[in-house]
Design a protein. Structure first.
Length: 485
């Protein structure tokens, strides 16, 4: 894979020490024998390294102590039986550890980093001659987000709770990079980065972390400079082998948002070529009718929904990125006439997908009507604001439209509603959707949440879901940007 050493050096220089905080959880301290278990509740979601004191009683320890540790982000996860999980995401993500301890007493340190609020320890085996007590667990928790930088808008009690959970979600996901989720995949994804960065500008304001992530993507690409959808950082920086049409384009938007938040022209100039390269490669994905050719586009994400036809949303995302590419080029005093010409053509082609009869955009050969298609066409500014408002009203009442599944997709619906002047309705939606997760007692927001089917999983099982997923943190962004009156 092509590597740009200069970009990677910049990314490395932007790496900062993580902030540490030690937290403790206590148990009732009772004696445990084979088959017994104890649950520690840390009271909030944390990311870090744990240790526990193991104190024996009875006769001398005449056999190893064999322990099982289960780490859970939400309570349900702890109670679920995952022995038969057989989905396509590896079961190695399940936070389950088994350890032999030969000599007691001791303080046991587990090596892996975990994401958790709850920890269950079960004594798988000891001997009849001794018991063990585990009075407390300690966690060395880490994050690159500093609560000291956050300001708090005046909010209602419901909104304040949602905001607190959103902040916690982002806090746990901000590590050495913006991770998608600290339990899984613990990785830098471009689509996730875009929303995390937006929320970060309004809250923790760690600008260097966004810059570092931009350089990581720019520093390790696929052939011909195409950006991958995610990048690994250890043992070496290396991008994943797969790319997605929408995520590659979003680099343009992340860079523009970063420039708007910081005014850092040096970085804008430095990474302009990466944006231009994505544009150059991806403009080849359109047919002679000006519409996105899905075969050429390859993978387009939009939402976790296998039923969704992504042509209309893909077309709109291209336009959305082109809008910001033009802004970047203007800021750098380049000529934009060609890009503007292309923008007009792409928008005109997009309007071919507008079905006059239903007053909605359709997608693909089957002319599918989905919420995602409307949302992205609005974000791409394909329609005048008043018409966009009609589209939103119609789609929200459409009984058969393909619905949204993830907080990521709901973020875009909220943003589209705000953009067409439906601010109060957008606020209601935040309370209803994110409030739905909050009502389930979680300290963080999730990767997938479909209120109509909370058991829904694109992976084949809830146990591998990430229940602290950064793309769901954006109420913290909306409250500060639009509802801070
Ligand atoms: C999931 C990741 C991430 C998302 C991709 C498309 O596996 O957790 O959040 O960007 O899929």
């Amino acid at each position: 894979m092509p590597v740009n050493e200069r970009f990677l050096e910049k990314a490395e220089k932007l790496k900062r020490e993580l902030l540490h905080r030690s937290v403790t959880a206590e148990s009732d301290g009772r004696e445990l024998n084979s088959g017994d278990e104890v649950i520690f509740d840390f009271g909030n979601h944390y990311v870090g390294y744990v240790s526990c004191e193991l104190i024996p009683s009875g006769h001398h320890q005449d056999a190893p102590l064999y322990l099982q540790f289960q780490f859970a982000e939400i309570r349900e996860e702890l109670d679920s039986d995952y022995s038969d999980y057989n989905g396509w995401i590896s079961k190695s993500w399940i936070q389950d550890e088994r350890v032999h301890v030969d000599i007691l007493p001791t303080v046991l340190h587990l090596e892996r980093r975990y994401a958790f609020r709850y920890v269950k320890i079960r004594v798988l085996a000891a001997s009849d001659n001794y018991s063990v007590r585990i009075p407390r667990m300690t966690a060395d928790t880490i994050s690159s987000a500093d609560y000291g930088n956050v300001t708090y808008p005046a909010l209602s009690e419901t909104d304040r709770r949602i905001d607190e959970i959103a902040l916690r979600t982002l806090h746990s996901c901000m590590q050495d990079v913006f991770e998608d989720g600290p339990k899984r995949d613990r990785r830098l994804w471009l689509g996730d980065l875009r929303l995390e960065a937006l929320a970060n500008y309004e809250t923790f304001r760690n600008y260097d972390l966004v810059r570092r992530c931009l350089y990581l993507f720019a520093g390790s690409t696929l052939e011909h400079g195409r950006l991958a959808s995610n990048v690994f950082t250890a043992p070496e920086v290396e991008c994943d082998y797969q790319s997605m049409f929408d995520y590659a384009l979003f680099f343009i938007n992340v860079l523009w948002d970063y420039y708007q938040a910081t005014g850092d022209k040096e970085t804008l100039e430095d990474l302009e070529s990466v944006c231009l390269r994505q544009h150059e490669l991806l403009k080849e994905c359109f047919g002679s009718d000006g519409l996105l050719d899905m075969e050429k586009a390859g993978m387009v994400f939009v939402d976790w929904n296998f039923e969704l036809d992504k042509q209309a949303a893909g077309q709109a995302i291209y336009i959305y990125a082109l809008n910001d590419l033009i802004r970047i080029e203007k800021a750098l005093n380049r000529s934009v006439s060609e890009l503007k010409g292309e923008l007009a053509d792409r928008k005109q082609a997009a309007l071919k997908l507008f079905d006059r009869e239903s007053g909605l955009f359709v997608s693909g050969e089957k002319k599918q009507i989905s919420v995602a298609s409307q949302v992205w066409m609005i974000l791409a500014e394909v329609l005048p604001v008043e018409e966009g408002r009609d589209v939103i009203r119609k789609i929200n009442e459409h009984p058969e439209a393909v619905k949204l599944n993830s907080p990521y997709a709901y973020h875009h619906l909220v943003q589209a509603m705000i953009n067409v002047g439906l601010k109060d309705e957008a606020h209601d939606l935040i309370q209803e959707y994110w409030g739905g997760m909050a009502a389930r007692g979680s300290n963080t927001f999730w990767e997938i949440y479909n209120p109509e089917n909370p058991e829904e999983s694109p992976y084949g099982g809830l146990v591998v879901h990430s229940f602290c997923h950064a793309w769901s943190c954006t109420p913290a962004y909306f409250y500060r940007k639009y509802f801070n009156e």
